[in-house]
Design a protein around this ligand. Structure first.
Ligand code: CA
Length: 677
């Protein structure tokens, strides 16, 4: 969310002095938090609620509570408890238990603990898997009844290498809310189940649009229950990205057709997953375990005060999220919580991947466990995150899941801010241009992006703008992008940084920028709607902007049809040619050879050859050249019979844009040239 890399801060922390083999307890840095390491832990799958033939069972983890109780309600919101169950403590596990002999399906509950002599506010707990409206009370439902037809056989796409994934990052409202979407269930999970929807001009929207575009996975912005949208007043059409978690293990109510029906949100989210899977598309959830919307009033704090968060030595809340608090993955019960929560989503909802918000707040050991444990549920699950924090943390830098530490985390990938900022310009300096928009001096950083931050004999990391060493051991550790929900979207960025330029030429710059992303090693990631030249009216932090800013206008698909076709061409090219999807750093070093240019004579020119049927490609050689200058530049290509795959803002994955004999070839301004033989 909101923030992006703070490389200078990370450098100031002295990131590069890692302490190999340090014990996990070294993570807990503040003296205040040391007390929590002595708490007993419990992470059985019966935490908080389980229902079986002997009745309904509650088990709350709260080691320092003096007493605990469960309030049973008839509904999710009103009235006094039907029954209050006093819980019995078990010091060995730190849990409190109570049971009812009946299956309490249809009822709701809250927990309450006595702490420091006072009863705390009621809370649905931290493991509520179904909730009533606004997530105030947990709900007891029969999950078997929420499965759509054919759910047992439902499966997401098989992924052999994460480099094969093409991510499309979308928000439910952005994608379907605009009247031009032709979608009935606007802003809902069910929007993604509607087939045959079209724009006013008759072009595919919704799930059909995704199929036509050719992406492999959607990454949906936070879809767990979050705090900021009042589910009782949905007619107000309040928009929010959802980076303010409330109930981590239940879907958000405003995306369901009835937030007051706890089963509806569960069933409808599963229907969405099923429809996407049926279309061959995987579903990645954006997860935000790094902070909670509330501090003292959060469900974490109402169940085990203090435990789930990091504090400074004086006991004040540490705030590496810049949202008022930061959670403590290095406290064992919290680390287990994160691992078990993503496992739950993977298992119950068949989720195919997780994007960790501000992953640098979590520790590398927990993230490694996340990847390991998810692999056991489904080896195709893709895990990546923001390898940075938004502020300082008591967690030692060598334990933070930062991009610089990605090679310590097997099975985890990070966003490349290197390629992002080098290609389009600095993420927060609106007027700053990048390689693709004519700013000189970023060639080496673009090359770092092309090789997915792996070691390459021709890449000089000392010239990198954001990173000074090859931090990725494998291209599967890198997600390439030029824009996402954060900061200016690509259209707005190009309008602000190229104020004199005509929009049609800016679209050409955008094509060049995305061609760099889609041909680079690593996993390409795009922001929804950029394929139809969506903008956000210059709003860079649109987390609570209205639909008029955030909704994608699907009339633009017809208006900018050639832009859409170009993006669809990029996905087809990438999927058809494994040379762009190599799986090891060695392969890249061996098969990808850069041309060298005298920096005194050339600027904004990067070109390379993918040689010897790289990664089993049917093409023996592929020549890729990027010209981010405002003038044409000439490159030298080996003599031979080349097919033209991309030239001057056009693309044909089949290579039927003409033939070339090689030799001196001109690359048009702001464009990519791709040749193959
Ligand atoms: Ca909510």
């Amino acid at each position: 969310m909101k923030t992006t890399t703070i490389t200078t801060i990370m450098a100031a922390f002295g990131l590069f002095g890692a302490l190999p083999g340090a014990a996990p307890s070294a993570c807990a840095q503040s003296g205040y938090d040391a007390q929590f390491m002595a708490y007993p832990t419990y992470s059985g799958d019966d935490l908080e609620l389980s229902v079986d033939n002997s009745g309904t069972h509650f088990r709350l983890w709260s080691p320092k509570a003096q007493a605990a109780r469960v309030n049973i309600y008839a509904n999710g919101r009103h009235g006094s408890p039907l029954e209050v169950l006093e819980m019995k403590g078990d010091p060995a596990t730190g849990t409190w238990t109570a049971s009812s002999p009946e299956k309490l399906y249809g009822k709701f509950y809250t927990f309450q603990i006595l702490f420091d002599g006072k009863w705390k506010d009621e809370t649905p707990g931290v493991w509520a898997k179904a909730v009533g409206v606004n997530g105030e009370r947990a709900a007891i439902i029969d999950f078997d009844k929420t499965d759509p037809e054919g759910w047992d056989a439902d499966k997401g796409p098989k992924v052999d290498s994460f480099s094969d994934v093409i991510v499309y990052e979308m928000h439910h409202r952005d994608f379907s809310e605009h009247p031009s979407s032709g979608i009935a269930n606007k802003g809902k999970f069910l929007a993604l189940t509607e087939e045959g929807t079209v724009s006013p001009q008759g072009l595919a929207t919704g799930i059909d649009h995704l199929k036509e575009l050719g992406i492999t996975h959607v990454h949906i912005l936070p879809s767990y229950d979050y705090n900021s949208v009042d589910e009782l007043n949905l007619q107000q059409n309040v928009y929010n990205w959802g980076y303010d978690p409330l109930n981590y293990n239940a879907p958000e109510g405003s995306y369901s057709t009835n937030p007051s029906d706890p089963e509806a949100r569960v069933r409808e989210m599963k229907e969405m997953v099923k429809a996407l899977h049926d279309a061959g598309i995987g579903v990645i959830m954006d997860v935000v375990y790094n902070h909670t919307a509330l501090n003292e009033g959060s469900n974490f704090d109402l169940t085990a005060p203090g435990y789930y968060y990091r504090h400074r030595n004086d006991g004040s809340w540490s705030d590496a999220s810049a949202c008022g608090n930061e959670t403590a993955s290095d406290h064992p019960q919290m680390g287990d919580y994160i691992v078990n929560s993503v496992k739950y989503w993977a298992d119950e909802y068949h989720i195919d991947g997780f994007r960790f918000d501000l992953m640098g707040i979590h520790d590398t050991e927990t993230m490694t466990r996340v990847a390991e444990e998810l692999k056991k549920v489904n080896p195709s699950i893709f895990v990546y995150g923001e390898g940075w924090t938004a502020g300082d943390s008591p967690l030692a830098t060598e334990h933070r899941a930062l991009k610089e530490n990605v090679s310590k985390m097997k099975g985890i990938a990070v966003f490349s801010d290197d390629i992002r900022d080098a290609v389009k310009g600095h993420y927060s300096k609106a007027e700053d241009r990048g390689f693709a928009s004519g700013k000189p001096g970023l060639e080496e950083t673009v090359k770092i992006g092309i090789v997915a931050s792996t070691a390459h004999p021709q890449v000089d990391y000392s010239k990198g703008a954001n990173s000074k060493f090859a931090y990725a051991a494998s291209p599967e550790m890198i997600v390439n992008y030029v824009s996402c929900h954060d900061d200016l979207c690509l259209t707005d960025k190009l309008r602000k940084s190229l104020p004199e330029m005509d929009d049609s030429l800016r679209r050409k710059v955008a094509r060049l920028a995305q061609t760099i992303v889609f041909t680079s090693q690593g996993t390409p990631f795009m922001f929804a709607g950029e394929e139809v030249w969506r903008d956000k009216k210059g709003v860079h932090n649109s987390f609570k902007s209205p639909d008029s800013i955030n909704a994608i206008d699907w009339n633009q698909k017809a208006r900018y049809k050639d832009q859409f076709d170009y993006y669809a061409g990029l996905t087809r090219l990438r999927k058809a040619h494994p040379a762009f999807r190599m799986t090891s750093a060695d392969d890249i070093a061996r098969h990808l050879v850069f041309d060298t240019y005298d920096p005194k004579r050339y600027s904004n020119l990067v070109s390379y050859t993918l040689r010897d049927h790289a990664n089993g490609d049917e093409w023996k050689e592929i020549k890729v050249a990027f010209n981010g200058a405002a003038y044409p530049q000439t490159i030298h290509v080996k003599k031979g019979e080349w097919k033209i795959v991309a030239i001057d803002g056009r693309i044909s994955p089949e290579g039927d844009l003409g033939v070339s004999k090689g030799g001196k070839i001109t690359v048009a301004p702001y464009s990519a040239l791709i040749l193959a033989r």
